[in-house]
Design a protein around this ligand. Structure first.
Ligand SMILES: Cc1ncc(C[n+]2csc(CCOP(=O)(O)OP(=O)(O)O)c2C)c(N)n1
Ligand SMILES: [Mg+2]
Length: 633
């Protein structure tokens, strides 16, 4: 059948299915797009013709639509996503940040940027980059390092192998991330004889990879010999739908569990073995247990820097790692014994093999005691503080209660991710109530990411927790939520600027420089005092009326002046069902402390500023705790 490249691609995408554990589902929920000359006549025409099989959604910013796809893919455990089409030039490069986020977080998204003419007839076309020494370069080459697969489709027949490669990578659990097919605007419109088989339904089966028997035997031997074993649960465990298997394993062996950001909620917070967050943003419970652990079993984690507290979290001199991961790349980290395997299959195998073994009872009890002690700390931290300005921890407590068992919290950057990591009481048995994007920690992910979650799980309440700075980075797609009736609840927490970086700045001797919206010369507050007792920031008056801004974008806005009012507003927002923004001002300086942990942020080695010199001294002391984790398998 003769079709244009764009028509063939749209029909192909509509017919891709993924199967796991005998369950088959469509892989592409639809296509987000913003049109320009680089895609309006190609993909635009094809999407119009085939909108019944591949629904189209218009976004307001190309970066945001990739975030929608990432949020959707994560909520669906990587078994489904959206495609994203853009024009050439700025529309295309707006997606680069979204691509990096997806690839860093190992989430499948398909990006279809338009590209400049393959014929080079119009040359340079509007928005074309010219590189004098290389005519094959376009701005889309920026996608290469941030994509797990990249191809520029230079002639029509090339679409067939390119699309198949794209699907292979998107559905491969070890490889997945952003996949970019750059589509020159003339090639999109060119017709070719499309093989029938290309357009037929195609099912990509995700097989659960078992661990190599020899590697499993060694892992079992290591765990049996452990005196202080600890599990670190990552996002891969949740994507593999292995939370029930984890519970079973933990109940059978008594090994305590702590969690990364993506793995938060792998074990419900009320489980006696649940230590919660580990690392730089970890709980006292997890960090104390981690410090002494001798065998650390990482399951589905990429071992981000925060998880190891910049390699200071695990202090046992002979600490050994066993890494269960579908990706050999991640399994090998920290000189681990790699168990390259699906998390669920590996957990089941470990459970069978260790049926006659339990961790030392005193160790298990020690972990449970720590876990219970920190639970009380959480209650203390989220409690309202009568007579004081609302604090972010209180906001988190209120959202947590409004979310109940199945509601989802979505967040990405600022001080909230660390606070959430410590404070969130995860209740969903599938681990799907906590969605903090902390691989790329991208300001602006929150609203579109939350839209993706809501599209993936319309039956769940979705609460987007967003700071004022992150809100200002990319509020525009609230208009998309309003236009499409995507019923997210966006809680805008205004603390008058970049509170997290302000605190970081103080810790490196920087006095919060550049983290208020105005500096003192421009009528802003003076620099912060080193003890963090900075001036009470006049908020709304000091920058933008964010509540009015949200309202102008078409969503209903509720304002809360206290935590009680916030609770009422959250209930009202849930009842409303449409997109609602809830605005609350909080105390910029009322942070949640760090618990016996550290993050390596280098401090200037020489300075004439006493505060910087003092910070450098502290830094050098702290850095002494950094380990190499070289004990091999
Ligand atoms: C796109 C992007 N730019 C810069 C940063 C660095 N950064 C991390 S948090 C932050 C400030 C966030 O401000 P806000 O959302 O108000 O949260 P707060 O720190 O006040 O809690 C900045 C600039 C980032 N994470 N993402
Ligand atoms: Mg802020």
């Amino acid at each position: 059948m003769k079709l244009t490249v764009a028509q063939a691609l749209v029909r192909f995408l509509a017919n891709q299915y993924v199967e796991r554990d005998g369950e088959r589902r469509r892989f592409f929920a639809g296509c987000f797009g913003i049109f320009g000359h680089g895609n309006v006549a190609g993909l635009g025409q094809a999407l119009k013709q085939h909108h019944d099989v591949l629904p189209f959604h218009q976004a307001r910013n190309e970066q945001a639509m990739v975030h929608v796809a990432s949020g959707y893919a994560r909520q669906r455990n990587r078994l489904a996503t959206f495609a994203c089409t853009t024009s050439v030039g700025p529309g295309a490069t707006n997606m680069v940040t979204g691509a990096a986020l997806a690839t860093v977080n190992r989430l499948p998204v398909l990006l279809l940027p338009g590209d400049t003419f393959a014929t080079r007839a119009p040359h340079p076309v509007l928005q074309q980059l010219e590189v004098p020494h290389d005519a094959t370069v376009s701005v889309n080459d920026c996608f290469r390092p941030v994509s797990r697969y990249f191809e520029r489709v230079q002639r029509p027949e090339q679409l067939v192998p390119a699309a198949l490669e794209a699907m292979r990578v998107l559905t491969d659990q070890a490889e997945t991330g952003a996949v970019t097919l750059a589509l020159p605007e003339d090639v999109q419109t060119e017709a070719f004889e499309v093989p029938d088989a290309f357009l037929e339904e195609r099912t990509w089966t995700i097989y659960r990879q078992p661990p190599a028997p020899d590697a499993l035997a060694r892992a079992i031997e290591l765990i049996r010999g452990a005196r202080r074993p600890l599990i670190v649960a990552g996002g891969g465990l949740i994507y593999s739908e292995a939370t029930a298997a984890l519970r079973e394993f933990v109940d059978a062996t008594g090994i305590p569990v702590c969690e990364t950001q993506a793995g938060r909620g792998a074990l419900p917070s009320d489980h006696p073995a649940s230590l919660g967050a580990v690392g730089a943003t970890g709980t006292a419970a997890a960090n104390r247990v981690a410090r002494e652990a001798d065998v650390v079993v990482g399951i589905g984690t990429r071992w981000g820097d925060f998880t190891t507290a910049s390699k200071s979290a695990f202090q046992h001199p002979g600490v050994r790692f066993v890494n269960v991961n579908v990706a050999a790349f991640d399994a090998a980290k920290h000189s681990a014994l790699p168990l390259v395997a699906d998390a669920r299959v590996a957990l089941d195998a470990l459970c069978d093999a260790l049926a006659d073994w339990r961790a030392d009872a005193a160790w298990t009890q020690r972990a449970t005691d720590e876990a219970f002690a920190f639970r009380e700390e959480v209650v203390r931290l989220v409690a309202p503080r009568p007579g004081e300005m609302p604090h972010q921890a209180g906001v988190i407590g209120a959202i947590n209660d409004a979310a109940g068992e199945t509601g989802v919290v979505v967040c990405a950057a600022g001080s909230a991710p660390g606070d959430l990591h410590k404070l969130w009481r995860a209740r969903d048995p599938d681990g799907k109530s906590y969605h903090v994007e902390y691989g790329y920690s991208c300001m602006g992910y929150e609203i579109p990411g939350g839209m993706g979650v809501k599209l993936a799980a319309p039956e769940r309440d979705v609460f987007v927790l967003i700071g004022d700075g992150s809100y200002l980075m990319m509020p525009g797609d609230l208009a998309t939520a309003a236009a499409e009736g995507i019923g997210i609840v966006v809680v805008i927490v205004d603390n008058g600027g970049y509170a997290s970086i302000g605190a970081l700045s103080r810790s490196v001797g920087g006095a919060g420089f550049g983290t208020h919206y105005r500096n003192a010369e421009n009528g802003g507050p003076p620099l912060d005092a080193p003890d963090a007792s900075g001036p009470a920031a006049p908020l709304r008056a000091s920058h933008v009326d964010l509540a009015a801004n949200a309202q102008s974008l078409g969503v209903r806005v509720l304002e809360a002046g206290s935590l009680d009012e916030l609770r009422a507003a959250l209930d009202e927002a849930k009842r409303d069902g449409g997109p609602v923004a809830v605005y609350i001002e909080v105390d910029r300086y009322a942070g949640v402390p760090s618990y016996e942990s550290w993050w390596d942020v280098p401090v200037a080695e020489v300075s004439d500023d006493d505060a910087v010199r003092a910070a450098r001294e502290e830094y050098e002391k702290a850095r002494a705790a950094q380990r190499a984790y070289l004990a091999g398998p």
